[in-house]
Design a protein around this ligand. Structure first.
Ligand SMILES: [Zn+2]
Length: 267
């Protein structure tokens, strides 16, 4: 089967993982800018990271016939230091202009703090000014529902943002309904050792349907699996869903959402 992983952190993966993706049918990936597992100490460190996302990874992926796209933004975990945040935000336009940058992301909230909200507000304004797609990171655990609601209210208060150009990621059963009702796309992340199993994701598909849904591995430097979307596709197939529905969730949907950026071409 052909599949797209719309959320995977390849800077943290080995070159062998690119080979595994290629021989498994995942020929297109999108990598959001995120936390590196530690807090960066300067804007230069972010500049190097954005350079890696927009130049180094596309070249590394191309060796295996994989198209690598990215999202550029300041993640919420590093948004507490407002002076540093200002310097990083000033870097974003240069990298958003790059030919493989699809939009602003993953931006959002982590602890729902005042500073995180202030930095998110600025990045949403930048998305409006530049007519960018938006990829939203939602908080984990007990902060998720509250944070998702704060983010949706912020976006809905800006009428120039079309919710169909926004994907709210790391959605779970208690947030999917509200995200869909507000017109947004939603993402579900598969985690090998915790909550987000393939079985649970397909349970949600059976409740909420396949429209405006993207399933991703979010594979990064921590315990994760770059082929998890294929295991999830297999679970969907095992339960008797038709191949057309599997293809929709794992290929046509991410292609449809990401193609709203004219730079995107799925292979
Ligand atoms: Zn991520």
């Amino acid at each position: 089967m052909k599949a797209i992983d719309p959320h995977i952190h390849m800077v943290s993966r080995t070159t062998d993982d690119y080979l595994k993706l290629a021989i498994s049918g995942i020929h297109t990936v999108a990598e959001p800018a995120f936390w590196a597992g530690f807090d960066r100490s300067s804007a230069d460190s972010f500049r190097d990271y954005f350079q890696q996302l927009t130049a180094v990874e596309p070249a590394r992926a191309a060796r295996f016939g994989i198209k690598h796209y990215c999202w550029i933004g300041l993640n919420s975990k590093e948004a507490e230091n407002l002076a540093l945040a200002e310097e990083v935000l000033a870097l974003l336009p240069e990298f958003l202009d790059r030919p493989t940058a699809l939009g602003i992301g993953e931006v959002g909230l982590n602890k729902n703090s005042r500073n995180e909200i202030a930095v998110l507000e600025k990045q949403l304004a930048m998305a409006v000014d530049r007519d960018e797609l938006i990829l939203i990171h939602t908080p984990h655990l007990e902060d998720k529902l509250k944070g998702t609601r704060i983010i949706m209210a912020m976006i809905r208060s800006e009428p120039r943002i079309d919710p169909r150009r926004v994907l709210i990621d790391h959605a779970e059963e208690h947030t999917i309904g509200e995200i869909k009702d507000n017109g947004f796309w939603f993402g579900m992340t598969l985690y090998p050792n915790s909550k987000g199993s393939p079985e649970r994701a397909i349970d949600a598909v059976e409740i909420y349907g396949t429209d405006r849904l993207c399933i991703n591995s979010s594979a990064d430097w921590s315990v994760s699996d770059p082929l998890s979307i294929l295991k999830c596709a297999n679970e969907m197939r095992r339960r008797g869903h038709p191949e057309s529905a599997v293809d929709k969730v794992f290929y046509e949907n991410p292609k449809g959402f990401l193609s709203q950026c004219p730079k995107f071409q799925a292979s």
